[in-house]
Design a protein around this ligand. Sequence first.
Ligand SMILES: Cc1cc2nc3c(=O)[nH]c(=O)nc-3n(C[C@H](O)[C@H](O)[C@H](O)COP(=O)(O)OP(=O)(O)OC[C@H]3O[C@@H](n4cnc5c(N)ncnc54)[C@H](O)[C@@H]3O)c2cc1C
Length: 450
Amino acid sequence: MVPTNTKNFDTLVVGGGIAGLQTALDLGDQGYSVAVVEKDASIGGKMIRLSKVFPTLDCASCITTPKMSAVAHHENITLFTYCTLNSLDHDNSGEDSGNKFPGINAPGVKATGLKALITQNPRYVDPIKCIGCRQCEYVCPVHVPDMEQGGLSATKVICIPFSNAIPQLPMMDIENCMLCGQCEKACPTNAIDYFQKPERFIITAKTAVITTGFDLLPVRDNVQYGNAKIPNVIDSLQMERLLAPHGPYNRVLRPSDGMEPDSIAYVQCAGSRDKSTGVSYCSRVCCMYAIKQAMLLSGSLPLADIIIYYMDIRAFGKGYEQFYQNAKAMGIEFIKAKVARIDEGENGQAQVRYELQDGSGIATADHDLVILSMGMIPAWNPGAICPVSKDSDKFITSIKPKISPVLTDMEGVFVAGAAAGPKDIVDTITESGCAAMEAAKFMSKRLVEN
Ligand SMILES: Cc1cc2nc3c(=O)[nH]c(=O)nc-3n(C[C@H](O)[C@H](O)[C@H](O)COP(=O)(O)OP(=O)(O)OC[C@H]3O[C@@H](n4cnc5c(N)ncnc54)[C@H](O)[C@@H]3O)c2cc1C
């Protein structure tokens, strides 16, 4: 069915990570109306899920939450969370745009440049009635793995995704719900709605900024590192959660048995710079976040041995080389080696087999906990959804990578942050400001021309 519900904005920002939030604020502050469409139940992206951030070691939550809150309370910004972007294309009202969602250009829909078809996915909770009291969560009897904590602890089938999520709305994992009705009985405002359906609507905008970010290569696809079946071999985002103040155990423990790890190893370039995984490029931030995590670990577990197996250390940003030197001075060991494989060892340990880069041969070592710095891949594939081009690395193409890296090959559509390629927060923020400026320029030029 063609949706008739249309909302008009100046700019559509796709993705509510730090890039999307910064772009929305930079445009909203200039008076433009902005819609932020986020696929997750909360805005904040990867940054809100980090522990501390290099090179300043600021608490990630403390610096991301105010931005999330500023966006949520901004008079010119409207948030659409837990939404799917079904299509984004130029608006050819009345004509058959030949697009993948026939009927999207329904008669009566005002043409303003770009048109997006969005689906609001059901939370099974009425957002108007819900007061965020969490009574539904407290009484729910069903526990499921908490993916917000990297699957390292449990949560309830109906819950607010994490403590500082925005919006503070619970959502129900209907697949695992027993339909016992306890949440419905406990809700003081009758907000539980088991029959909620997906709702489709249209957003029209003059410009769009794609800020869909990145994901990590899944460990389960990596045969030489055990396909995620070796206990105590985790990825770097799971380690961020172990180090975070509101992490799964409130301290760093080995997931399989709750032991405090004595020997911890980082495997760098796990998937990156490796043609066999499809990630032939450098993921840019792994050296720095591994160093950061190792420093945080040596603070919380001062007696633990921490080793980083690396190919090269790429400390590219301002203050980053000093950060690396500080880590060495703290006693973190750096071994220049390529880890060839990881096997299950004894007593919950993981056995790392590595080739030393100085040609002195192959060695093995047992560690209590191994962290894989997996390669970064794009979180979104425009595929049939949007005609914007991708590079050979599958990130969004920037048509002027040197002089205006945020320009895509779709008129009025810009890109910022890790959606255009792996990058750190500093570069993401800079690029987001640039995308907001290009979008504003595009809109004011259009105003003059018309
Ligand atoms: C383990 C680890 C530690 C790190 N530590 C640091 C650090 O200490 N310092 C530092 O500078 N950098 C660090 N980084 C890098 C940092 O995470 C990135 O620079 C930053 O997250 C990029 O922000 P972004 O908004 O571009 O992408 P993301 O954070 O990935 O946000 C993208 C958002 O878009 C949403 N989205 C995706 N697809 C869609 C879609 N189709 N529709 C709607 N929404 C969508 C996602 O759900 C997400 O909310 C680290 C990275 C990792 C992996």
